[in-house]
Design a protein. Structure first.
Length: 486
């Protein structure tokens, strides 16, 4: 019965996530969130029951009790804090976004967002206590909510025929379930100027601390973790740092997004002291970003800055500059090597093998164009169809290609529709009355930067920042239009 129960649990968790997005705030909505969060550890425990990590825990009951007690104490303390000071809930979610804890799952070391999971669990309990005796509120789901719910449900359905059901289940439990709930929690928050300012302070302080850690790594030529990056630094003329992050590209992505947010505040700053502090912050974070040598993060930063320029000044001039720059970049890549032809071998080397992954993913899509190989199956399908079995691979490093190979035209259609609806929601009316214009511009620019980064590194739906930006942007877009002086 285990396979049947796992499949039923995945579908039930996805349905609960969709319900938590679409149902009005109240007792029923809170119960849907509790079901989704409650199924998360049950499904993971069942999927990993025979792995060495779980076997070790089963043999040491005291460790299980200790972990449960610690988790309960942390969640309980957070529930009390969120009930007493509701403003702490969104700030705690934002503050927990970068932190991952390395755990063993499925034979590999998984860097899980354990602090974020605990914060979300506490927020769900606090919301349940708040709404248990409250009547349902009026709520009309927007197109973005429908698209998010459709994506989660479709992803769960397509795990049923996946070549790697376990990977699909883990993606649902570790990413889609908690992030969907976090989206709903943040969507109903009133994002005023005070809260947005506090968020900027939180991410700015954290990013500055990460840069300090990364700079120590750069100066000492030593990393705290990730043996793969440590070995690669031994063969490169440059030294990449990852700070407290596992991957330099993920670290670079985070810094690029914070730079974009800080630049939005800088462009609309009216106070001289704020202008100076933001300028210093941007300069510091740029130094940290340079130490990552993350090409995808540099591109993401440029994309975010282009959006800010379009909103702050002129979208026509910005579009012209972007088109000219894109043409120049294509010419450089096409003519690399001086032959006047596309040098695919050189391109694959410069992209660390990602060109082959993209072409392989396109081939997989061509073999099953309608339904794909199933959610989470890219690694298994790619390994079965390639000639070189020695190169490890998990995804194509290009989000649309991964989705096309795993979910076919069905998933690709929902993905494209979701992106279009998200951009429309975040940009709708942004050039109208300047209601928190800097905040709306920051969210839109950061979302575009994140989207561009996933074209070279993937991880769009697996990054909780995506869901936070969508929630904040949708909330700001739905806010009443009143003029704001700053």
């Amino acid at each position: 019965m285990s396979d049947f129960l796992a499949a039923a649990g995945v579908l039930l968790a996805a349905a609960a996530c969709a319900a938590s997005i679409l149902i009005p705030a109240g007792r029923l909505r809170s119960l849907a969130m509790v079901v989704a969060i409650g199924l998360f550890p049950i499904l993971i425990l069942g999927d990993q029951w025979h792995t060495q990590q779980i076997v070790d825990l089963r043999d040491h009951g005291s460790r299980i009790v200790a972990l449960l007690v610690i988790g309960a104490v942390v969640v309980g303390a957070l529930v009390l804090a969120f009930r007493r000071w509701p403003l702490l809930m969104p700030l705690a979610i934002v503050a927990a976004l970068p932190f991952r804890v390395p755990l063993h799952a499925g034979g590999d070391t998984a860097n899980l967002l354990v602090p974020l999971y605990l914060v979300i669990a506490a927020a769900v309990v606090a919301t349940l206590l708040r709404d248990w005796n409250s009547p349902p509120s009026s709520w009309s789901p927007r197109p973005l909510a429908w698209m998010l719910a459709a994506f989660v449900v479709l992803y769960a359905i397509q795990t049923l025929y996946s070549g790697d059901f376990s990977k699909g289940l883990q993606n649902i439990c570790f990413f889609l379930v908690p992030f969907t709930v976090a989206y709903r929690l943040l969507r109903e928050v009133v994002w005023d100027r005070r809260l947005l300012t506090l968020v900027l302070v939180v991410v700015g302080v954290e990013a500055a601390a990460f840069v300090l850690v990364g700079s120590v790594e750069y100066l000492t030529r030593s990393l705290f973790w990730n043996d793969q990056v440590i070995r690669s630094n031994e063969f490169h003329t440059y030294f990449r740092v990852n700070s407290v992050f596992w991957d330099p590209n993920v670290y670079g992505r985070y810094l690029a997004l914070v730079i974009v947010v800080a630049m939005a505040a800088l462009l609309w700053a009216r106070d001289r002291r704020a202008f100076a502090l933001l300028t210093a912050l941007v300069g510091l974070l740029w130094l940290g970003l340079a130490e990552t040598f993350s090409q995808s993060s540099f591109l993401a930063l440029l994309a975010g800055l282009a959006v800010l320029a379009a909103v702050r000044w002129s979208w026509r001039w910005t579009l012209g500059v972007v088109v000219v720059g894109a043409i120049g970049a294509v010419l450089v890549v096409t003519l690399v090597g001086g032959s006047g032809k596309v040098n695919f071998s050189r391109l694959n080397i410069d992209t660390s093998g990602r060109a082959n992954l993209v072409s392989g993913g396109i081939d997989l899509f061509g073999e099953r164009p309608i339904q794909g190989y199933g959610s989470g199956s890219f690694q298994a399908a790619y390994s079965d169809h390639r000639t070189n079995k020695d190169i490890p691979v998990s995804v194509s490093h290009t989000e649309p290609v991964t989705i096309a190979a795993e979910q076919g035209l069905l998933g690709l259609f929902v993905y494209v529709a979701l992106i279009v609806v998200a951009l429309w929601t975040l940009a709708s009316g942004i050039r109208g009355p300047p209601t928190l214009l800097a905040g709306r511009a920051a969210v839109l620019a950061a979302f575009v930067a994140l989207l561009v980064h996933t074209m070279a590194y993937a991880g769009f739906f697996e990054d909780p920042i995506t869901w936070v930006l969508l929630a904040v942007g949708a909330s700001l877009a739905a806010a009443p239009r009143v003029r704001d002086s700053a």
